[in-house]
Design a protein around this ligand. Structure first.
Ligand code: ADP
Length: 214
């Protein structure tokens, strides 16, 4: 199994690239979906979050009030990092479980992990290769056109949390420029996919061992 991490800023086109790779035969694992799962009752995330952020993050029925947690976690960089320190290990664990399930189905899988904070979370070292999607100022228009109502204050905080673009460019193996149209992006994904064909997986399962053992 080959593991490929796709990252980039908000609205830069990570999911679009992942979907294009899926059309070519890749299997996609979305970190945002794993983060949602981490807050389901079967995992210990919700309990840990209540311990840190207080019971006001719960609705009367005991389920998570996402809006309230969002407000508290984005109060400062410190609270955002606190939330990440609870969620990231759990998200990695869920990813490891999903990858193991996938490996049993098809050990030749090309797995694309769509991860917003790939380098910042340290997940990059557990992958065979990394792709950074860059879109310059185009993200603004795209995010607005998809009706993303994130306040500027929160957007600013999330940008603060991300590595500077220049550093991500240095650290990634492949860079996709998504400042142009979708066809231009597709052509770059075609080239990327051909390059990936020659890649042999070497990190699975060893690099995930600590997340595979409960
Ligand atoms: P991310 O996953 O990085 O947040 P998305 O892939 O969801 O970003 O892209 C954000 C929005 O921009 C989506 O509505 C997507 O369809 C659109 N989009 C992505 N790339 C392009 C492009 N090259 N041209 C036009 N729209 C694009």
């Amino acid at each position: 199994m080959v593991l490929i991490g796709v990252t980039g800023g908000i609205g830069c086109g990570k999911s679009t690239v992942a979907a294009l790779l899926a059309r070519k035969g890749a299997w996609v694992l979305d970190a945002d979906l794993c983060a949602r799962e981490a807050l389901q009752p079967r995992w210990c995330g919700l309990r840990a979050i209540v311990e840190v952020f207080g019971a006001s993050v719960l609705r009367e029925d005991g389920s998570l009030d996402r809006r309230r947690l969002g407000e508290l976690a984005t109060a400062s960089l410190e609270t955002l990092l606190q939330l990440e320190s609870i969620l990231h290990p759990l998200i990695f664990r869920i990813m490891a479980v999903r990858l193991a399930e996938r490996y049993h189905l098809d050990s030749e899988t090309v797995a694309v992990l769509d991860v917003p904070l790939l380098f910042e979370s340290g997940l990059d070292v557990r992958l065979d290769t990394t792709v950074n999607v860059f879109c310059g100022a185009a993200w603004h228009e795209r995010v607005l056109s998809r009706g993303d109502a994130m306040p500027e204050r929160v957007r600013h905080l999330l940008r603060q949390r991300q590595l500077p673009e220049a550093e991500k460019r240095c650290r990634c193996t492949h860079l996709l420029d998504n400042q142009g149209g979708l066809q231009e992006l597709e052509s770059q994904v075609d080239v990327l996919w051909r390059t990936l064909q020659g890649l042999r997986g070497s990190v699975w399962p060893e690099a995930w061992e600590r997340y595979l053992t409960p």
